[in-house]
Write a protein that binds this ligand. Structure first.
Ligand SMILES: NC(=O)c1ccc[n+]([C@@H]2O[C@H](COP(=O)([O-])OP(=O)(O)OC[C@H]3O[C@@H](n4cnc5c(N)ncnc54)[C@H](OP(=O)(O)O)[C@@H]3O)[C@@H](O)[C@H]2O)c1
Length: 391
């Protein structure tokens, strides 16, 4: 419900009531208190907007508060990529206690954002919402209690509160990290989900050790390239797969000792020939519904396959885990504790300082092409780094 300003005091036949500002009493404009109005008509309200029975226009909010408006993608209903609507009259969010407001320069596009948008994912945001998690930009303002950041700092996030497909985003200060000068904003937008997921998969879930081998099954995308760089930096032998020549060349330039083509019919035999009888210690799996059965045949004694991505069911023979006492382990970045995130962030920050963490930016889209970005991340001809939106 953006851009429609009801006449104060009336809206059709429904009564209008004053709105209390978010946690801070009435909004004020200059010296005078200004009443903004709520429409108590659930039928006229897009599902979930501002809680039960409330509807308000961002233009109203902006007029009443002097708040700036911004461009942002809004989703009013779950569905295909076409439900990603570019709006130019969305109120810039205000950072609350322990939150920061970031002027977004780039935002990562992740497959999970397409699952959430379609309404088929286990976690559903309240409608309407703005997608996007991994932003990079500059601190515009800080809320009460924020001591680690100040206006003008270059940062990236591992999460946002208000959504990253927008010119401004609010994030909790414990999900915001300094972006060193040697990385640009595009690279900053490629760190959040990919590197934190790859680090979690390798160390929190697989407990990978230096000297072990890892197969990054699907290494040419955001998470895969991050996993290759991290595993190489920590002393693992790294094998990667990609579906295109360009993808394989990028994987080989980002930490993999050996690269295989997962579109070739006999590539599993080639991996077996390379790792020999002992097998591979860890597999970071991006497409488990296709590869899990083969993965079990590739693992070493005590080997671990980490399910990072899966887009459907798969049949396996559990017997394949018995003699080798191997494990199939799931992972979800969303299940990380604050302590997990702090630990990963410290390791990744060291990678930025010493130079092994170098995000590879792939396809880039302007904000208004967000729907096209969603279409192409799922129906990609071949990944070549992290997809991002530019603002
Ligand atoms: N569990 C979590 O917390 C978590 C977090 C982040 C992401 N994910 C999931 O992890 C997956 C990868 O994410 P992403 O951001 O890296 O996506 P992405 O950038 O789109 O990359 C997709 C990767 O999958 C590869 N792939 C395609 N066909 C494959 C096959 N048959 N076997 C193995 N790999 C294949 C692609 O290789 P080519 O294009 O070269 O063929 C590419 O490397 C997605 O399913 C995503 O939803 C999970």
């Amino acid at each position: 419900m953006n851009g429609r300003l009801p006449r104060p005091g009336s809206f059709g036949s429904a009564p209008l009531l004053p709105l209390e500002a978010e946690g801070a009493g009435r909004w004020a404009c200059g010296a005078s208190a200004v009443h903004t109005y709520l429409l108590r008509s659930p039928a006229a309200r897009p599902a979930g907007e501002d809680g039960p029975g409330q509807l308000r226009s961002d233009i109203q909010i902006a007029m009443a508060t002097g708040r700036k408006l911004m461009r942002a993608i809004r989703v009013f209903e779950f569905g295909g990529p076409e439900v990603l609507k570019l709006q130019s009259d969305v109120a810039v969010p205000i950072p609350k206690e322990n939150q920061v407001l970031i002027r977004v320069h780039a935002c990562g596009v992740n497959p999970v954002e397409t699952y959430i948008r379609s309404g088929t994912y286990s976690r559903k945001p309240t409608l309407p919402y703005t997608p996007g998690t991994d932003v990079a930009g500059v601190i515009e303002a800080v809320g009460e209690g924020v001591t680690a950041f100040q206006k003008g700092d270059r940062v990236f996030t591992s999460s946002t509160i208000s959504g990253g497909y927008a010119e401004y985003a609010v994030a909790s200060d414990d999900t915001v990290f300094s972006l060193p000068d040697q990385l640009d904003f595009k690279q900053g937008a490629a760190i959040g989900i990919p590197y934190f997921t790859a680090y979690r998969a390798l160390f929190h879930r697989a407990h990978a050790k230096p000297g072990e081998s890892v197969l990054v099954h699907g290494a040419s995308g955001g998470v895969g390239l991050a996993a290759c760089q991290i595993a190489r930096a920590y002393g693992l032998k790294v094998l990667g797969t990609a579906g295109t020549e360009e993808g394989r060349s990028i994987v080989s330039g980002n930490g993999a000792h050996e690269v295989f083509n997962h579109r070739e019919t006999n590539y599993i035999d080639k991996i077996k020939a390379s790792v020999g009888e002992k097998g591979v210690n860890v597999i970071i799996e991006m497409l488990s519904n296709v590869n899990l059965s083969n993965d079990l045949s590739l693992l070493s004694y005590g080997g671990r396959v980490i399910v990072v991505g899966s887009r459907g069911p798969v049949e396996i023979n559990p017997r394949d885990t018995m003699v080798k006492e191997s494990s199939i382990i799931g992972t979800a970045l969303f299940s990380s504790t604050k302590e997990d995130i702090r630990g990963s962030a410290a390791a990744l920050q060291a990678g930025m300082e010493t130079g092994w963490l170098k995000p590879v930016v792939g396809p880039q889209y302007p904000l208004e092409k967000a729907a096209q970005a969603h279409e192409s991340i799922i129906h990609s001809n071949g990944a070549s780094g992290k997809m991002i939106l530019l603002l």
